[in-house]
Design a protein around this ligand. Structure first.
Ligand code: ADP
Ligand code: ZN
Length: 748
């Protein structure tokens, strides 16, 4: 096999009994934060080969782990007599060599215990057990509702969910629709659902690579041809698919997926947010005749288990998922696509701090397979890799069909702003009016959830803050609450100011999307509007409902956060208004300009994707800022060149390396003691600067006090060994945690 993979034939538990009694030693990696694999007694053989899942004793418990290495330990390991026997070899496909190397690689790069990375690859321990019979339900194709059948909203939700398959258990259906067993059983009795007595042998249909999609434009066809060649070569390559918004990148990488399927390989598509998937899935089904396997946090437990297992057994030909899908145990991966590669949500900042974009490239390298990065606004890192010749690049300069890129104008809030207490400037009001008059749709973008980001007492100036975080509470008027966006703390508005006791003295400061919606309602009482933010939409289904409503034209104006910025295709949407373009530029983050440019380009890209030309109005206090200038002129290259020059001069990524060390704990004195101890033994290596310790911008988060170091080095410096030696020299206080963030995106 080109991947150098072991075949996925299961190993029977019975084979092992005789082997484990023999002498010999193996090392088993457990999904725990231990420094490395542990030694057990067992003779390597067909059953106990590297990659096999095994149950082993650990202390008084048993744990499932993976045979990591066989043969003698490099340092001898513990005494033979003290070794314990492997209890059982699990009947599951072994973790292949590529995946094992990948786990070791990610662990070494991110300075995480390898077991913590393995844990991500073993995220569904139940999937290791052989399938027990379950009852699963599927939509009954061709069923005609009798006259007396009532389609209640709950029933409709269930039917919609099951229409696309795969079959789901009662538990899955409940998690994904909220409908109880009664609703499902009623539908089954009515004949609307098929009941499968056993889990069907393959939960996922095989996408048909030759089911036809739209006729590609010449630019698309050229790009698709290059990607097909890359897939056929079956070797490591990285290709940037760089196309303006609406240029049809998705259809292009679908051709690469088709080619992987023809070669009998699996394809993995990573999308930044599951919100993207409603329209994406429809298009996938149009192109391939069936749905792919999905992998995201809202998957029900039964489907999660069967999906993991199907992937491990090579029976899920295409998986589309959030970043964690990268750690699924694909045995014969032939392609990785990372759509919206610049997106910050590919970075996990918890547990193992990793970038799914960067680790996806590593996975491609180790597995010797092509990686496609798609974006209209590629990251500077990726652009630089193209410039250095490490990545290929394919360009789609034009929108599909008659659509053209929208015209972008700036509204200078210093001279043309709205009256106090209002947020939509007169030119934008006029544009909205014209849009509605023409029967078209508008989108107002503000990247802030809730009603107001700050509530203060008019009498004493006291600001309402989260008790667990150094952050203000955000008012959510629709739900009558104040909420912390960092820890989820929620409370009612107090009757009196906790500081001065004044009653009914609170004032809401600044706007969130709810407040903009209120203003729109006051300005245009007849306009049908919809607010889209992660807290107003629960789950991908209701997101899909809103997307459908917009597509069908039953919404005139969308007011939303970044959740609507990307991926969606609303042909009747002609006007985009950016309420506060400066929002992301404050705070002085390394990538503030780059990120703002990306986000606003994406949002702007929602306008004019159909027959009617689009228009974008950007409200800003800084029209002369390079980001605003670039958006107005559409000159991305000039912006990137300036950004690049600045980073190069400062030795910042991608021209230098960064790592952050975050020290946190419930007691401030302990946190400070650990931070200072680290500071005393900081690495003194030429070319490596260590800044800190300093209180983090979020110096209190979820009740933990936080201090940060920032380590800065040249590109040629291998930071990991330096960091490892440094951290090994300090023992943190009892409840103190030291986290390492290599290549940090967040500096909070
Ligand atoms: P991008 O991801 O580059 O922003 P999309 O892939 O979303 O663009 O494509 C924009 C729209 O154009 C989608 O509705 C898509 O179905 C449609 N489309 C793409 N390629 C073609 C084509 N060759 N012919 C007709 N429609 C196309
Ligand atoms: Zn909080």
């Amino acid at each position: 096999m080109p991947n150098g993979l072991a075949s996925s034939d299961p190993i029977r538990g019975a084979d092992i009994a005789s082997n484990t009694r023999e002498t010999g030693r193996i090392r088993v990696l457990l999904p725990l934060a231990l420094p490395g694999p542990l030694d057990y007694r067992g003779a390597a053989g067909p059953a106990l080969r590297p990659g096999a899942f095994v149950r082993v004793p650990l202390g008084s418990k048993e744990r499932i782990g993976v045979v990591w290495e066989t043969g003698p330990a490099p340092d001898g390991g513990p005494d033979e007599a003290r070794l314990k026997d492997v209890t059982e070899v699990i009947d599951a496909p072994p973790l292949d060599a590529v995946m094992r190397r990948f786990i070791d690689w990610v662990a070494a790069y991110t300075l995480s215990p390898p077991g913590a990375v393995l844990k991500m690859a073993m995220s569904v321990p139940k999937a290791l057990a052989a399938e027990t019979p379950v009852t699963a339900y599927l939509d009954h194709a061709g069923w005609k509702a009798p006259a007396e059948f009532r389609l209640t909203p709950q029933r409709k939700k269930v039917l919609d969910l099951l229409a696309a398959g795969p079959p789901r258990t009662l538990g899955d259906i409940r998690v994904e629709t909220g409908a109880g067993a009664g609703v499902v059983k009623g539908l089954a009795e009515a004949g609307a659902l098929e009941v499968h007595g056993l889990a069907p042998p393959s939960p996922f249909a095989r996408p048909d690579p030759d089911c036809s999609g739209p006729a590609l434009t010449p630019d698309q066809a050229r790009a698709a041809g290059a990607l097909r060649d890359a897939v056929r070569a079956g070797a490591y390559s990285v290709t940037l698919l760089d196309g303006v918004t609406g240029s049809g990148k998705t259809e292009v990488y679908f051709e690469a997926i088709a080619e992987a399927l023809r070669a009998g390989r699996q394809a993995l598509v990573l999308l930044p947010e599951i919100a993207l998937s409603a329209q994406w899935l429809e298009r996938f089904e149009d192109r391939f005749g069936c749905a792919p396997a999905l992998w995201h946090s809202e998957l029900g437990p039964g489907l999660r288990r069967r999906t993991w297992r199907a992937v491990a057994e090579g029976r899920a030909p295409v998986v589309v998922g959030a970043r964690s899908a990268l750690f699924l145990p694909h045995p014969a991966l032939g392609l990785i696509v990372i759509d919206e590669e610049h997106d910050g949500s590919f970075k996990q900042e918890d547990g193992v701090f990793y970038s799914a974009r960067d680790m996806g490239v590593v996975r491609g390298h180790l597995g010797e397979l092509p990686v496609v990065l798609a974006s209209a606004t590629p990251s500077l890192e990726t652009v630089e890799n193209v410039a250095r010749g490490r990545y290929q690049s394919l360009h789609l300069p034009e929108r599909i069909g008659s659509a053209t890129l929208p015209e972008v104008d700036l509204i200078d809030l210093r001279s043309d702003g709205p009256s106090p207490g209002r947020w939509i400037a007169p030119p934008l009001v006029d544009a909205l009016e014209a849009t509605f008059a023409a029967g078209a749709q508008a989108l107002l973008f503000l990247n802030r959830r809730g009603y107001a980001p700050l509530t203060l007492c008019r009498a004493c100036g006291h600001r309402l803050e989260c008790p667990n975080c150094s952050a203000w509470l955000v008012e959510h008027r629709a739900s009558g609450r104040l909420a912390c966006h960092h820890c989820g703390h929620a409370q009612r508005l107090p009757a009196a100011c906790p500081e001065c006791g004044a009653e009914a003295s609170f004032a809401a400061c600044g706007p969130g999307v709810e407040r903009i919606a209120e203003e729109v309602a006051a300005l245009f009482p007849d306009a049908r509007q919809c607010v889209m933010a992660s807290d107003t939409l629960a789950g991908p289904k209701s997101f899909g409902d809103v997307v459908a409503a917009v597509t069908q034209g039953s919404v005139d104006v969308l007011v939303g956060t970044q959740i609507i910025a990307k991926g969606h295709h609303f042909p009747r949407l002609t006007l985009v208004g950016v309420v506060d373009a400066d929002l992301g530029l404050t705070g002085g983050d390394l990538r503030a300009s780059e990120r703002t440019h990306q986000l606003l380009t994406q949002v702007s890209g929602r306008a004019g994707r159909g027959d009617q030309p689009g228009r974008v109005l950007i409200q800003t206090h800084m029209p002369e800022h390079p980001v605003m200038a670039a958006l107005a002129t559409g000159d991305r290259e000039a912006f990137l060149a300036a950004e690049r020059a600045e980073r190069q001069a400062a030795g910042m990524p991608p021209f230098g390396r960064l790592a952050a060390i975050i020290v946190s704990g419930p007691r401030e004195s302990e946190v400070d003691a650990t931070a200072q101890a680290l500071g005393r033994v900081r690495p003194r290596v030429p070319g490596v600067d260590v800044l800190g310790p300093a209180p983090a911008a979020l110096s209190l988060l979820r009740g933990r006090h936080r201090r940060r170091f920032l380590v800065k080095a040249g590109r040629e410096v291998a930071l990991q060994p330096i960091l490892r030696d440094w951290l090994a020299g300090v023992k943190p206080g009892k409840a103190v945690r030291i986290q390492v963030d290599v290549d940090p995106l967040s500096f909070l």
